[in-house]
Design a protein around this ligand. Structure first.
Ligand SMILES: NC(=O)c1ccc[n+]([C@@H]2O[C@H](COP(=O)([O-])OP(=O)(O)OC[C@H]3O[C@@H](n4cnc5c(N)ncnc54)[C@H](O)[C@@H]3O)[C@@H](O)[C@H]2O)c1
Length: 340
């Protein structure tokens, strides 16, 4: 049980697109957070969201970072634009919750790890599955139920085609979707991915150069193997915007996380369990993974506890995603290099 907390954490949300708006909404509802304002380079969007939540619309990043009540920022800018705002915030001593992927290049991801280790402020990467009850309960099952050793695992994550059209110019499907599963798989396996080989499909892609889907084979350092599908291929009229599945085979049981029908099923030592998802605000209170993520971020700062997911974890997922993209181009097996 946690002890009493030290007040609330003042947060400014930077980047108010699809996920940034959700961060603002959750921050505005949490008792442990005080939403201090918002900033987006799109002035109209910034003013509209500030007005909707009764908070301050900052005119610039500098103004936001100089604001008195602000102790931390959520960086929800596009995948390839996390470095500049996170760097400025860390240099000002503000804690950062940086959306995944940590960066789209290894150099930028490494620089963020370096900046955070040199700053008195702390940074966490928003690997949402770490805070999703469905995935979290799978890890709990893996820890509690003596599943034995991981033998092999497969994971899939699919979005509708429109997502690739919207974000494909600034990131890849492995960076945008794959990092979620890569981080989860290394957490589940408790082992890093040593090498990858991969192929890509560009059929139906809005850009001739960008893959619409990648299929990767993963070799873990401890000898387990995995397969990962990351796809923006679901047709526009497909009934759900996200389909995700993990199936893992252990020496003494199996584990399955399915987001399509919102269940986690574990079968271990003769027992099966199913956990429903919870996502929608209930009577005005946020629920779901993003709420768990922001609340955990705030509590770890307020209670001076370690973050459950580190910037190194963020770097590691980017390193494997970059190796998958390289393997799609080279046709060869690519070794993954980590920050040591
Ligand atoms: N955790 C999740 O489940 C999840 C889901 C979707 C997106 N994401 C991640 O969140 C990030 C944002 O994705 P999105 O889909 O919301 O993008 P988006 O394009 O919908 O929104 C990005 C916003 O950032 C603003 N912006 C761009 N540069 C800026 C800057 N320098 N300063 C301030 N604002 C700036 C844009 O005007 C836009 O409003 C990405 O890293 C993405 O991968 C995470």
């Amino acid at each position: 049980m946690r002890g009493p907390r030290r007040g609330t954490l003042g947060i400014v949300v930077i980047g108010l697109g699809d996920i940034g708006k959700q961060h603002v909404d959750v921050c505005s509802r949490l008792d442990c957070v005080s939403l201090q304002g918002v900033f987006d380079v799109d002035r109209e969007r910034c003013n509209r969201i500030a007005q909707a939540y009764g908070t301050k619309a900052f005119e610039s990043l500098d103004e936001a970072l100089a604001f008195d009540g602000e102790e931390a920022v959520v960086v929800a800018t596009p995948d390839d634009r996390h470095l500049a705002p996170a760097q400025a915030a860390l240099l000002e001593g503000k804690h950062c919750l940086i959306e995944k992927p940590l960066a789209t290049s290894l150099d930028e991801a490494r620089e963020l790890v370096r900046l955070a280790s040199a700053s008195p402020a702390r940074a966490m990467v928003g690997h949402t599955l770490r805070f999703d009850e469905r995935y979290y309960s799978a890890i709990a099952a893996r820890r509690d139920s003596r599943l034995g050793d991981l033998v092999h695992v497969s994971a899939k994550r699919r979005n509708r085609q429109g997502v690739g059209t919207r974000v494909g110019g600034r990131t890849t499907v492995s960076m945008f979707l794959g990092v979620h599963d890569l981080d989860f798989l290394m957490w589940l396996a408790d082992s890093k991915i040593r090498s990858v080989s991969a192929v890509a499909s560009k059929i139906g892609s809005p850009s001739t150069s960008a893959p619409q889907a990648t299929m990767a084979l993963l070799e873990f350092e401890d000898g387990a193997v995995g397969a990962l599908e990351s796809s923006w291929g679901l047709p526009a009229e497909y009934p759900t915007g996200l389909e995700a599945l993990v199936e893992a085979i252990f020496t003494n049981g199996t584990l399955r996380v399915s987001v399509a029908n919102g269940e986690v099923t574990t079968f271990a030592n003769g027992h099966a369990a199913c956990v429903p998802p919870s996502r929608l605000p209930v009577y005005g209170h946020s629920t779901g993974a993003l709420r768990n993520e922001i609340e955990t971020f705030a509590h770890c700062i307020l209670d001076d506890e370690e973050f459950p997911v580190s910037l190194e974890d963020g770097y590691n997922a980017v390193a494997v995603a970059a190796a998958i993209d390289a393997a799609c181009g080279s046709g060869a097996s690519e070794h993954v290099s980590y920050v040591r």
